[in-house]
Design a protein around this ligand. Structure first.
Ligand code: CP
Ligand code: NVA
Length: 317
């Protein structure tokens, strides 16, 4: 039994806990000062080994909004690259911090940090998952669909990457029918698909993987995509782009989806690659609302991990 709560992948929260975090996020989206002093006296580390706009800024503001102190840490300012063991670093950091969010090159580093169980570890994006993004996505869907997520069809089109994996697990937990439309060889990890299918079988959702984006888009309530080339994959970028040709959210896909289809993208976006300018800047797109929701979703996640009783209380009403 761990002493601290961690969030490395979406199913580190139970279905019930995920529901509390989303509800609390909805409340924070209406009032960011709802828990102004809830984390007073806490310090939260925000480690970035990779670039970030949304995660970096929303996490720092989230911490400040709850009265805690944020400490921004750049990967190249620490000693991991020079061989400092994660177990030493985390033992030291636990003397200063109550929670460490890390955007890391390798998910294994987060697992090592968690292993010590000396402070809460949160994944701010790894090569395998992006759970804070998926919480903001569920929050956005809750706003768009008046919290009726069960039975909706969500199709992710493109590279079966970290964002796809988290969206798949998070959707499975909420009873969503999730389709991943990915080229052969770029599907989400089969073990994760099996994990998601198991979660979906209890929640009433479903998970499928198809290699035809037109088939995936058909009658979908929501189309979602992410960049074709993720951070850290730049060396194989051209090959990746070639394999993803045709996996673009554009007006053809919109015409196959349900009439009121919503379009999400975690951003940053590359117009003309994974999504057409016409769609991302058009009436079906909610990407800015989605990006703004990173703030209340992160506030909710941090508060739940550090003070679950306060979070549960504030999620009501
Ligand atoms: N969506 C997302 O995580 O954006 P950043 O890379 O800008 O943090
Ligand atoms: N899949 C992308 C997400 C960026 C927010 C990446 O890992 O670079």
């Amino acid at each position: 039994m761990e002493r601290f709560r961690h969030l490395l992948r979406d199913d580190d929260l139970s279905v019930e806990e995920q529901g509390i975090v989303v509800k609390l996020g909805l409340n924070f989206s209406r009032n960011t000062q709802l828990a102004a002093d809830a984390l007073k006296g806490n310090s939260i580390g925000l480690l970035f080994q990779k670039q970030s706009l949304r995660t970096r800024v929303s996490a720092e503001v989230a911490v400040a909004n709850m009265g805690a102190h944020p400490v921004q840490l750049r990967g190249d300012e620490l000693h991991f690259d020079r061989g400092e063991p994660a177990s030493d670093a985390v033992r030291v950091l636990s003397g200063y911090l109550q929670l460490l969010m890390g955007r890391v090159n390798s998910h294994a580093l987060l697992e090592e940090l968690r292993e010590s169980d000396r402070l809460s570890i949160v994944n701010g994006l790894s090569d395998r998952f992006h759970p804070l993004q998926a919480l903001a996505d569920l929050l956005t869907m809750s706003q768009l669909w008046e919290s009726e997520l069960k039975g909706k069809t969500v199709c992710y089109v493109g590279d079966g990457n970290n964002v796809c994996a988290s969206l798949m697990l998070a959707s499975a937990m909420q009873g969503i029918n999730f389709r991943a439309a990915c080229p052969k060889g770029l599907e989400p990890e089969s073990k994760l698909v099996a994990d998601a299918q198991k979660l979906a079988s209890s929640s009433g959702g479903s998970i499928s993987v198809v290699s035809d984006p037109l088939q995936g888009a058909e009658k979908s309530d929501l189309l979602y995509t992410d960049v074709w080339v993720s951070m850290g994959e730049e060396s194989g970028a051209n090959e990746h782009r070639k394999r993803l040709e045709g996996f673009q959210i554009n007006s053809e896909l919109i015409s196959l989806a349900s009439k009121n289809v919503k379009v999400l993208h975690c951003l940053p976006a590359h117009r003309g690659e994974e999504i057409s300018a016409e769609v991302i800047d058009g009436p079906h797109s909610y990407v800015i609302q989605q990006a703004h929701n990173r703030l209340p979703a992160t506030m909710a996640a941090f508060l739940f991990l550090l003070k679950p009783d306060v979070a549960l209380d504030l999620s009501k009403g």
